[in-house]
Design a protein around this ligand. Structure first.
Ligand SMILES: NC(=O)c1ccc[n+]([C@@H]2O[C@H](COP(=O)([O-])OP(=O)(O)OC[C@H]3O[C@@H](n4cnc5c(N)ncnc54)[C@H](O)[C@@H]3O)[C@@H](O)[C@H]2O)c1
Length: 335
């Protein structure tokens, strides 16, 4: 298959592109390689992909309608996975405009491209952050999510709504994936595991928000990729049982689906740090701080829909996943 993967220089996008190339798909990567974090890491991820004959790459922004349309026209991708976005809860408090541009304007351009070029299936990244102020655990895709607590979350929820309208109006099959705190090799330097590893190895203090008491459904990158590939292969179809009298947010009369992809095993931040200390063979100096603005106290994914529809449940324990991350980090940075 010919698959357009946006955000291909990113953590999840580059890992997904690898997996698709390995199984013989043709991948068109699209990314603006912005400097939200270390650009050399993005280039290194792309270098690994460039050794595959089936990989092509375009450096441009989602907001650049002409560049994006040229890619749709030139390659005529059958399926699209939209992972390019301005990610991160905390940065959305500092720079909401970046989220409006990439996640709303950019996503509209993706929808238009998919519509006009008759794409068979659009899979797009949403986020566990859409659960916002919800406290009923585990979070289910059938829960309503109308109380986001960060602008980042609001843009991800908006993506789900935007996708649904295109599924309804143009019968474009779309699947939204709510990822839960992803970690692993080639990860993101702005995320906790990466920041902690760097500081612990340098003997510097780490900032532990909410005094380490929040729980996260940390999900290993390979588990995320397995979920993305399986849902990509299963084109969203209308749900014959869907009723407007009691509307299930996770499906529709239109070809639209939502899934959580999370480990379904929440872990307290302090335990996550303990596992990291074991893998590094070094203790952290912890600076205990309150919960950050925009952060939610706990996340916990109900993955029943994923199990029922594509027969998959993420399973990598953090002890194994964090060890893989540390091995990669030590080898990549030679520490
Ligand atoms: N990593 C997580 O824990 C997590 C959790 C929930 C959701 N997500 C979502 O998954 C997707 C991938 O996340 P990631 O962790 O790989 O992030 P990432 O930042 O590593 O990857 C995103 C990539 O998109 C590119 N990009 C950003 N804005 C762009 C634009 N306007 N045009 C073109 N390219 C652009 C960036 O250069 C980057 O390479 C994002 O949509 C993110 O919001 C990630």
């Amino acid at each position: 298959m010919k698959i357009l993967v946006t955000g291909a220089a990113g953590f999840i996008g580059s890992t997904l592109a690898h997996r698709l190339l390995a199984r013989g798909d043709e991948v068109i990567g699209y990314d603006n390689i912005n400097d939200y974090y270390d650009v050399s890491l993005k280039h290194a991820r792309l270098d690994r992909l460039r050794s595959h004959a089936g990989f092509s790459f375009m450096q441009a922004s989602l907001e650049d309608r002409k560049a994006l349309d040229d890619v749709f026209r030139k390659y005529q991708p059958q399926r699209v996975v939209n992972l390019a976005a301005q990610a991160g809860v905390r940065y959305s408090i500092e720079n909401p405009q970046a989220y409006l541009d990439a996640n709303l304007q950019g996503f509209l351009n993706i929808l238009e491209g998919c519509r006009h070029h008759k794409v068979e299936h659009l899979v797009f990244a949403s986020s566990s952050s859409v659960y916002g102020a919800n406290t009923k655990m585990p979070f289910s895709v059938s829960d309503t999510v109308d109380h986001p607590v960060s602008f980042y979350a609001a843009t991800k929820k908006a993506n789900e709504l935007m996708a649904h309208t295109y599924s309804h109006l143009y019968q474009l099959p779309t699947t939204g994936l709510r990822f839960f705190t992803v970690y692993g090799p080639w990860g993101r330097p702005d995320m906790a595991l990466f920041l902690f590893t760097k500081s612990i190895l340098a003997g510097k203090p780490i900032q532990v928000f909410n005094h380490g008491h929040h729980r996260r459904d940390f999900t290993y990158i390979d588990d995320i990729i397995e979920g993305v590939v399986r849902t990509l292969d299963q084109v969203a179809v209308p749900d014959p049982d869907w009723s407007g009298d009691s509307p299930d947010p996770a499906t529709s009369k239109a070809p639209y689906r939502l899934y959580n992809i999370g480990s379904n095993r929440p872990v307290e931040l302090l335990r996550y740090i303990e596992v990291l200390e074991d893998c590094l063979g070094k203790k952290a100096i912890k600076e205990m701080l309150p919960l950050q603005l925009g952060d939610v106290p706990d996340t916990y994914a109900n993955v029943d829909a994923l199990i029922n529809d594509v027969g998959y449940k993420p399973g990598t324990p953090i002890e194994e996943g964090v060890r893989h991350f540390v091995d990669w980090y030590r080898s990549y940075y030679q520490v």
